[in-house]
Write a protein that binds this ligand. Sequence first.
Ligand SMILES: C[S@@+](CC[C@H](N)C(=O)[O-])C[C@H]1O[C@@H](n2cnc3c(N)ncnc32)[C@H](O)[C@@H]1O
Length: 401
Amino acid sequence: MLEISDYRLGEQLGRSTISNWRIAETHLVDHFIRVGFPVRIESRHEVGQLLDTMQEKRFERFMTELGGLTTAEADSLTDALVSSVKFQMAHLPRRNPCVPFSTMISSLTLYKKIVGFKPDVQSVLEVGPGCGYLSFFLADHRTLTDYSQVEACESFYLLQSMVNSYLFRHEFRDLAVTAPADRTLHIHRDLEQPVVLADEQIPVYRCFHYPWWTLGKLHEAIGRYDVVTSNANLNEFTRNALYEYLTIFSRVMKNDGIFLIQCTGFPAHGSTEDLMEVLHKFGFASLFCGMADENVRSNMLVSGRYRSLGFHKKRFALNNLVLVKKGHPYYEANIGLKNYAHGHASEFPRLSHIFEGGIEESRARGSRRAYSIDETLKSVKQKLLQESGNTDGGWLSRAAG
Ligand SMILES: C[S@@+](CC[C@H](N)C(=O)[O-])C[C@H]1O[C@@H](n2cnc3c(N)ncnc32)[C@H](O)[C@@H]1O
């Protein structure tokens, strides 16, 4: 498990070897610093303040966007929340665990979009995962061989690292850890040496965690990812960080991969329109653009395809985009700034799977229904009680009362 000192030492070594101070300045989380967010922490326990943040009060909005949940999806949300409670019990024993509804449903929504695009997804790159709860869904995804996260904020980095160690266990590789020392001690012939396995003798990793000073390694991962995703942050990155990530994405996405955006982020470094221009200038074509319900005005025109897919009835919790790079079969037909406007939907067949219908349509089909926080909490408590096998005392049984 990563120690804060590992992160700091790695960062210090990174700073002492970069060729130009601007590389570090690019990845300053200045927007967080300005609002007093705890970017640096002195103890791992301090991540307890961050367990349900960045998506506050959005549970119902995501529920509406999804058109409610199927029974299987509701079970999956409950399981992820139960797992999060168990994670907290194991790693944050100083506090009573919380049930992070809003952040977890945002990750479920993102996960559904990823597997809607490609059910047998193998590789996902996520920049700025915040709490890092996409891992609760991807860790159990059978076909996944590479989930890579990038983070530049120390406190979030630590939380993500703890969550990944808990969920991916030995399959998690943290790149913030510096290289191991020479492991052999040559002092006495009879001294029994520990048997140390070489890299190729241990099982392969499935989850990788990149701090900002290791981004050079990502630049080399050409054509590796089915999906790259960066949410609620594109407009919060410094402009140089945005340019660096867009450069990386256009290199590391597979030709038939997608760049999925579930929220364009607080406009800390430019407006949403500016961001759309930057995305276009970096050579991405928009296959879909659906703005958050609150940004949609009645006079906004939507394309025939958007309407025929039923998206005009959908109420998106946040701004959503699906982008592709040159080489994708739908690139040529969709390149152009005009496609970065609300209501654009290309002919790309997977769109209807990425974004399923709105709540009215789903009610009509009868396969989904809205779940409340109270109902979900009840299922979480029940499951925890069943698993603990302890109904006669302690905080679990008190909480279920
Ligand atoms: C507003 S939060 C959103 C978190 C999460 N994606 C979500 O949708 O809930 C922004 C995220 O981007 C990260 N971030 C900001 N600047 C970054 C940079 N230069 N490199 C990597 N991550 C960065 C933040 O630390 C945080 O994890």
